[in-house]
Design a protein around this ligand. Structure first.
Ligand code: ATP
Ligand code: MG
Length: 563
């Protein structure tokens, strides 16, 4: 992962095109935009597009607009607009005063349509959708021209005005461009520009009852904004001739469109329709469920903006669809939090340890290092007393051959504290372990240098009477196959991982975490990175989300132990 440098996009074919445009003087600046449709929350694929558009502008000293392509009143919502703005900001990008909406251009787009009609390049078609579809035909065979194609300009102007004025019902007429019904490119077979939709729009209310099609709005919006490079995903490659036709017929500013391949991530789905299904059918708790591949999900899970930017910028730009391994994203957050996160001790599945030779009411304040990667983060005091909790995983009554942690008659080091020995296992009437009676070796206090006794294992712990109870949510992959969308015969829902969430309610964390703030991130030593849940954690009940497990906790802890 060390080849990743923040905010720098590796050289790629898009930069080559921009360089050439600037060299030959086609443009003298770079102005990009990020154009989401406000019909869902942003996901990690969008992060790629955001980093690319804002990143390129930054590199070339240009600007980036945030524009909502809000042409579909039925599926859009202000909730989505607000979430998208929040996510772009959180990722660290600033559109300054350039927040736009395609709906800002409804008047201009209407005027453009009138211009086409007057040029004899657009007509009102009164056929049903079924007929229009049938007449468009298939790519291998020319389509059939509509019988309404020969309407006069006057007739078209009159009908289109009436469409706008609400004199017709939904579906009665559409406005179509007059291009070429025989083109092998289906997008050029007299595409629909406007349809009648008596629906309320999230911004224009009931002002309009005709709405521009995405294809009619998208390219012209880029043009109106003076965008130089319209970067979009591959499926728009065969829309490019259409966008060019519009722009040339309208004689307006001509951005260059450049297509690149979508990013997909393994073990998840990325289509907004599928993500919406997960939300609506309650397979997850919402768009920001920490298992979702959304920006808001990753934020709630504890990902940092830097880790997502590094991930997005590290992968380059391709011309062929790619599936990126989720482990790369996980490595990116590990790398970032390893540098930044404060280390604390948390016992997820506690079992009690009583040190029978430790003075009953004694409490020692032991020194603990906050971050071995960053000395400036200093040290803190951790209370140690006669009764402790250790993780159930760190004890085996009948130890495996390579088990170097606590077991009857064996010794282990307690991090920052002493070497202890398990003397006796106390069980309840049903045979469950109630507590472990241990002794500690007073000469082995960490840092005291009194004893050179060495043991193979070091484990973490918390002092029972000082620890705080916490709920810990362990998240795993949402799907249990790399490509849940891969087999069209099987519904992607079938591949949901039933164990993607495990909730532990009896976890114990060290008292330092009393004042942990929502969203604050920590490394639970030997376990992984965790953050305070931003929605459900309260002063009364701490809730932590597992961001990611530690890669190689053992190798690391062994090294520290031998220091
Ligand atoms: P849908 O999921 O319905 O196909 P979409 O992903 O195209 O929608 P938009 O809101 O139109 O969603 O996307 C905004 C921008 O983000 C577009 O420019 C689009 O090309 C880009 N984008 C969307 N998904 C990805 C992805 N997986 N990888 C890279 N860029 C993406
Ligand atoms: Mg889209």
């Amino acid at each position: 992962m060390s080849d990743i440098t923040e905010n720098e996009i590796p050289s790629n074919f898009i930069k080559d095109i921009i360089d050439e445009d600037l060299r030959i003087g086609r443009f003298n600046k770079v102005h990009t935009r990020f154009p989401p449709e406000p019909n869902g929350y942003l996901h990690i694929g969008h992060a790629k597009s955001i980093c690319l558009n804002f990143g390129l502008a930054e590199e070339y000293g240009g600007k980036t607009n945030l524009r909502f392509d809000d042409t579909n009143p039925a599926k859009e919502d202000v909730e989505y607009v607000e979430s998208i703005k929040e996510d772009v900001k959180w990722l660290g990008f600033d559109w300054e005063d350039r927040l736009y909406f395609a709906s800002d251009y409804f008047n201009t787009l209407y005027d453009y349509a009138i211009k086409l009609i007057k040029k004899g390049k657009a007509y009102v078609d009164s056929s049903t959708y079924e007929i229009i579809k049938e007449e468009r035909g298939v790519p291998s065979k020319p389509g059939v021209e509509s019988k309404y194609r020969t309407r006069t300009t006057e007739e078209n102007l009159e009908l289109f005005t009436k469409m706008k004025n609400g004199e017709f019902d939904d579906g009665e007429h559409v406005l179509r461009a007059m291009i070429d019904m025989t083109s092998p490119n289906m997008n050029l077979r007299d595409p629909i520009l406007y349809r009648i939709r008596h629906a309320e729009h999230h911004r224009t209310g009931n002002e309009w009852c005709i709405y521009p099609m995405y294809d009619w709005a998208h390219g012209q919006s880029d043009s109106i904004e003076g965008i130089t490079h319209s970067i979009c995903t591959l499926e728009f490659e065969n829309h490019r001739p259409l966008y060019n036709w519009f722009i040339e017929e309208l004689e307006i500013h001509h951005p260059r469109q450049i297509e690149f391949a979508r990013w997909n991530l393994d073990y998840t789905v990325m289509s907004k329709r599928k993500l919406l299904k997960l939300v609506e059918d309650n397979y997850v708790t919402g768009w920001d469920d920490p298992r979702m591949p959304t920006i808001s999900g990753y934020r709630r899970r504890g990902y940092t903006p830097e880790s997502i930017r590094n991930f997005a910028n590290s992968g380059g730009v391709a011309k062929r669809e790619i599936i990126i391994e989720i482990t790369r994203l996980e490595n990116s957050i590990r790398e970032d939090l390893n540098k930044k996160a404060m280390r604390v001790m948390a016992v997820l599945n506690p079992i009690k340890v009583e040190l029978t030779n430790y003075p009953i009411s004694q409490v020692e304040e032991l020194d603990a290092v906050n971050n071995p990667e960053d000395e400036s983060m200093g040290k803190r005091k951790v209370p140690f007393s006669r009764e402790l909790y250790i993780d159930a995983n760190d004890f085996q009554e009948i130890p495996h051959k390579k088990f170097h942690r606590l077991s009857p008659g064996k010794e282990v080091r307690l991090r920052y504290a002493y070497i202890i020995k398990c003397e006796e296992v106390i069980k309840d009437s049903e045979g469950n372990i109630e507590k472990l009676l241990c002794t500690y070796d007073i000469d082995t206090k960490s840092g005291s240098g009194k004893s050179d006794k060495k043991v193979k294992g070091t484990i973490h712990w918390v002092s029972a009477k000082h620890a705080l109870n916490a709920e810990v949510r362990l998240y795993d992959r949402l799907f249990n196959v790399p490509n849940p969308d891969g087999d069209k015969a099987v519904d992607f829902i079938e591949h949901l991982n039933p164990d993607s969430l495990e909730v532990l309610t009896n976890s114990m964390v060290e008292p330092y975490l009393k004042n942990a703030k929502p969203g604050e991130r920590f490394q639970f030593e030997r376990l992984g990175y965790y953050c305070v849940d931003s929605k459900d954690s309260t002063d009364e009940k701490l809730v932590f989300n597992r961001t990611v497990t530690l890669r190689d906790s053992w190798a690391k802890i062994e090294k520290q132990n031998s220091r």
